[in-house]
Design a protein around this ligand. Structure first.
Ligand code: LLP
Length: 432
């Protein structure tokens, strides 16, 4: 089994999460059920905050990328743990504000913000808007002008780094929908525009190289490219950036074979490289923002299902069909994402089978994984899929009009719902 200190097996052979029997939780709340280990989420939030405080200039801070898992309670935890918050839509912004998250600690992202999104953000007093390009700068400037405020803005640039080859590339990886490319010279030109707009205060720059990054190298390369760019901007315009947002992307282990990523070590290495680079250009080190999402919540999540039926096709796959699937976790269907699964009510038994985990939707691609090791499964078993805290609930859908599962938070050996189960009435809630 994937080694995580919060996952244990009790005397009954049941999986326990945060010390609580998962089978008992499945009985209490029903399945499918998302479990979220609150102690672990808070510890992860604290880890990023303390690593940044230890190695980076005062005022540097992690912003929780709420796209990974957004609900009011998560925003409250982020606030209590001293994080900023990255919202990518009016919906995420609304959730954070409804939870009492301070607007000045929020950065609004998104590559295609509408005027309504921008107006809502400016009106709410968000601390930062990451502008994705020139038109957006004009739009933010116009909205801020209408409201008689000056909006603090980061300009999102594309550094042209391939996180998988750890290489800076001049083409290819700049061919993405996000940000203004540095290598083409467009980023410098748009910076000049930003500096000329009177209702905008350019606070600095934002970039993000990718997600599920195990190695510090792409972040170090990002530090190289961004320091060179900032120095170039200063040479051409005299502008010195107070803030540099390097995005998120810290990996987590989904399977036993995955290396356990050392995010604190990666942050220390990144900080060292930033210091070297900025010293080399004799440039004051900006305040750094990082935007971890997956690294905060993924490993704290476990999803529980009830096995509905088991079907063996002789010589082919053994299908274990569940009461959930792509509607609560579309990541295998979308990306072929790998997971670790186990039978929670016989967690102490060896995983002798190889199975396909099938969802309940009316399409053959609705799977949670193929060729997965598992205990011999029976109808009625509680099946647990591990490391589902990130991009599961947040990407869940009502496909086939399946209601979304609730989230139970586990803290100090106690459990409580933080998101209730959707009802069939919710399913028709918007229908006229
Ligand atoms: N900041 C920006 C600008 C981002 O685009 C992202 C993720 C993050 C921060 C957070 O990255 P993280 O620390 O979570 O890797 N749905 C996919 C992941 C999409 C990530 C999109 N952007 C998945 O399920 O793997």
């Amino acid at each position: 089994m994937l080694k995580q200190p919060n996952l244990t097996v009790n005397n009954a052979g049941h999986l326990c999460v945060g010390g609580i029997d998962a089978v008992a939780l499945a009985e209490k709340y029903g399945t499918p059920l998302y479990l979220l280990d609150e102690d672990m989420v808070r510890a992860r939030m604290g880890l990023y905050a303390s690593a940044m405080a230890a190695h980076l200039p005062a005022g540097s801070r992690p912003y929780y990328a709420s796209k990974a898992l957004c609900c009011k309670e998560l925003c409250r935890w982020a606030k209590e743990e001293g994080m900023g918050l990255d919202a990518v839509s009016s919906g995420e912004l609304y959730t954070a504000l409804a939870a009492g998250f301070p607007a000045e600690d929020i950065c609004l992202h998104g590559n295609a913000k509408t005027v309504e999104d921008i107006r809502y953000a400016v009106e709410s007093g968000v601390g930062l808007i990451a502008a994705d390009g020139e038109e957006e700068l004009y739009r933010i400037d116009a909205v801020a002008g209408e409201m008689g405020v000056r909006q603090r803005v980061l300009l999102r640039v594309t550094p042209g780094i391939d996180p998988h080859t750890f290489a800076a590339v001049n083409t290819g990886v700049i061919d993405v929908k996000f940000g203004v490319p540095i290598p083409t010279g467009q980023a410098l030109a748009v910076t000049k525009t930003a500096l000329a707009l009177s209702n905008i205060i350019l606070e600095g720059f934002h970039c993000h190289v990718g997600s599920q990054i195990f190695d510090a190298d792409p972040f170090l390369l990002e530090a190289d490219v961004m320091a060179a760019f900032l120095s170039d901007v200063r040479r051409q315009t005299g502008y010195i950036a107070p803030v540099l947002d390097l995005g998120g992307g810290f990996a987590v282990a989904y399977a036993e074979a995955d290396a356990a990523p050392d995010c604190a070590g990666m942050i220390a290495a990144l900080a060292g490289r930033l210091r070297e680079n900025f010293a080399q250009y004799d440039y004051p080190l900006p305040r750094i923002i990082l935007e971890p999402g997956r690294g905060i919540v993924a490993a704290a999540g476990v999803t529980l299902y009830t096995v509905q039926n088991v079907k063996s096709v002789p010589g082919r796959a053994c299908y274990v069909a569940l009461d959930g699937g792509m509607t609560d976790d579309p990541r295998y269907a979308l990306y072929g994402a790998r997971y670790t699964a186990l039978i929670a009510d016989r967690a102490d038994e060896p995983q002798t089978e190889r199975v396909t985990l099938a969802g309940r939707c009316c399409e053959s691609g609705d799977l949670l994984g193929e060729d997965m090791p598992l205990q011999a499964a029976r109808a009625g078993d509680v099946l647990a899929v591990l490391v589902t805290g990130a991009y599961n609930y947040s990407m869940a859908s009502n496909y086939n009009r399946v209601p979304r599962p609730p989230i139970a938070a586990l803290r100090g050996g106690e459990d409580r719902l933080i998101v209730r189960r959707e009802t069939l009435a919710d399913i028709v809630g918007c229908d006229l």
